[in-house]
Design a protein around this ligand. Structure first.
Ligand SMILES: Cc1cc2nc3c(=O)[nH]c(=O)nc-3n(C[C@H](O)[C@H](O)[C@H](O)COP(=O)(O)O)c2cc1C
Length: 182
């Protein structure tokens, strides 16, 4: 059993989540490696996939979506889990009382669930450092908008116990053969 944890990141925090998932799979006895989607061309060495990307403006990073669509035929034949990293802050519900990990699902997940029938999909809290070099015009403009401080709280909110627990569930499913082929 060899699992690929493929990820798309803009500022690196999703890479950290992917690496932690791969490490936790390894600890649970399932061999796994984490790589950026841009560096993976051949899926044949892998038996199962965990694919993650950061969410920006309600969308999964394009590289992650493109990776899934490019490899959809092979992915649909093997066990797949999807994750997204995004919500910032410590509030678990928004002003309307909705679970931020549910509303934080990127728009692409509905379509991708239909394409791949993943074994599971998960949203994790993310991280945001406003002093990091901006990527793109959008982030450059954001710095000059006082309202962005409230909308995008600075800090590292990644929930490592939740990330490790999810990886342990995946390891269990793979080891017990509970993850049937789609
Ligand atoms: C301009 C901007 C827009 C964002 N939009 C969303 C969003 O729509 N949904 C969400 O859950 N998180 C959003 N976030 C938070 C990021 O997803 C979070 O910072 C994530 O951990 C970044 O991952 P990365 O470091 O791998 O790029 C946004 C962050 C920024 C800076």
């Amino acid at each position: 059993m060899n699992v690929l944890v493929a990820y798309a990141t803009r500022h690196g925090s999703t890479a950290g989540i992917a690496e932690r998932i791969a490490a936790a799979l390894g600890t649970a006895g399932v061999s796994a490696e984490a790589h950026p989607v841009s560096e993976v061309a051949d899926l044949t060495p892998y038996d199962a996939f965990v694919i993650g990307g950061a969410a920006y403006m309600y969308h999964w990073l394009k590289d992650a979506t493109a990776f899934v669509k490019r490899h959809r035929a092979e992915l649909a034949e093997r066990p797949v889990w999807l994750f997204s990293s995004g919500p910032l802050g410590t509030d678990r519900v928004d002003k309307e009382g909705r679970d931020v990990l549910e509303t934080g699902q990127p728009k692409e997940f509905e379509e991708l669930k239909g394409l791949l029938h993943p074994r599971g999909e998960q949203v994790f809290f993310g991280a945001w450092d406003p002093s990091a070099p901006p990527v793109g015009i959008g982030e450059r403009l954001l710095r000059h908008m006082p309202a962005s401080k409230e909308a995008l709280p600075a800090g590292d909110f990644r929930d490592w116990p939740a990330i490790e627990a999810w990886a342990a569930e995946i390891a269990e499913a793979l080891k017990s053969g509970e993850a049937p082929v789609n």
